[in-house]
Write a protein that binds this ligand. Structure first.
Ligand code: NI
Length: 394
């Protein structure tokens, strides 16, 4: 039997168990850093396969290592585990049993795909070179989980990864297919907070006060010119001020204002340029409007980029597994962000989208009616397992 035939037979044998596990996880979604029961289910599954693993990495993360039978490289496979604070409205028989929490991004399927790969490759150890390091990551939705696992030694502890695979289900893409972005996959994310301090006073005597609300409003207007006037039109960037809080009453001059914003970019060095521009605008507002402004800037995730050579190898095995017509170039990167990018920044990476479209269901990730096609799991297991077998060769 060829590799596809052997792998397909194992996946066919396991598929009932994997779909059932996905439904169990779907009924019990857990939010960021609360994935205790999910981690227990992962650990239980790995224990049944006799795959050594550690729990509690990055609070609720799990790391497992499956040793191959001959020399080779260490291939990382990362799955995220957390759900979202969304009330499920799918009406599915396996809908969330926890009010206000839902696997609305398909991380239940992601976890099961990695477990399916572990189960499949544990039956193929005779042809597996090197080893596979499985990363079950908490808290992707808050973009905090990858860093927490790195803090607990994910990248430094042996075996160190030579190459890394990541994936996300994708509702716009037909089930049974995979998609890819040739270079950038997702944008960098930065978050910034601005506090503007003036002096409160009576609305009728503005000259005795310093109006922080008026200054904040000018800042919101001025910051619009950063992307439109300072950044090359073909370089994608977004600055969104999502929150502004100021004032307590109509007859009081606001003494302070708070703003919260998100920044997304695709190009190296661009978020630093935006940070410098925001500082410069705030300096001007301080001088021009007599306020004091402070800025807190946080890098949330870098750009998620594919390593060209790794991606090429993954696409070749994906074409061989699914047929070339089922491997789709998605071209443009998304302006969304992934904390997987922190790992991809350190280890050469390929990231795939796995088709999860359900015909007739108008949905998207992070919606209360989200569901993913059952075919997503075997498709993901086959492609990721084949890619891991190939990349482990070196
Ligand atoms: Ni997600």
């Amino acid at each position: 039997m060829d590799m596809n035939g052997r792998l397909g037979a194992i996946v066919d044998k396991r598929i009932g168990e994997l779909l059932e596990l996905r439904r169990t996880l779907h009924q019990h979604p857990e939010l960021a850093f609360e994935e205790h029961e999910t981690a227990k289910a992962v650990s239980g599954f790995l224990t049944k396969l006799n795959i050594p693993h550690k729990t509690g990495i990055g609070k609720t993360g799990v790391v497992a290592v499956l040793e191959g039978s001959k020399p080779g490289r260490t291939v990382g496979i990362r799955a995220d585990m957390d759900g979202l604070p969304i009330h499920e409205e799918t009406g599915l028989p396996f809908a969330s049993k926890i009010a206000g929490k839902m696997h609305a991004c398909g991380h239940d399927a992601h976890t099961v795909i990695a477990l399916g790969v572990a189960a499949t490759l544990s039956e193929m150890r005779d042809v597996l070179p090197g080893r596979i390091k499985f990363i079950f990551q908490p808290a992707e939705e808050t973009l905090m989980g990858a860093l927490a696992m790195m803090k607990d030694g994910l990248l430094d502890e042996a075996p160190k990864m030579d190459v890394l695979l990541g994936y996300h289900n994708w509702p716009p893409l037909k089930a049974g297919t995979v998609g890819y972005h040739p270079e950038n996959v997702m944008a960098s994310a930065d978050a910034f907070d601005v506090t503007i301090k003036g002096r409160g006073g009576h609305a009728a005597h503005p000259h005795l006060a310093v109006d922080a609300l008026a200054a904040a409003a000018y800042f919101v207007t001025q910051v619009q010119t950063v992307v439109s006037r300072e950044i090359a039109p073909l370089s994608p960037a977004v600055i969104t001020i999502g929150e502004m809080h100021a004032g307590t009453a109509r007859n009081v001059v606001a003494g302070s204002a708070e703003l919260k914003a998100s920044v997304r970019t695709q190009e190296a060095g661009l978020s630093e340029k935006i940070e410098a521009a925001v500082r410069r605008l705030l300096d001007g507002i301080e001088k021009g409007m007599r306020v004091e402004a402070s800025l807190k800037w946080q890098k949330v995730a870098p750009v998620l980029r594919n390593d060209k050579a790794v991606l090429e190898r993954v696409l070749n095995v994906a074409r061989d597994t699914l047929g070339a017509e089922n491997v789709v170039n998605l071209n443009q990167a998304s302006m969304g962000s992934e904390d997987f990018a922190w790992l991809a920044e350190k280890v050469p990476t390929a990231h795939l989208r796995i088709g999860s479209k359900i015909d007739g269901l108008d949905t998207a990730i992070h919606r209360s009616n989200y569901d993913c096609h059952d075919l997503t799991i075997p498709t993901g297991v086959k492609v990721v397992a084949r890619a891991a077998l190939d990349l482990a060769k070196g």
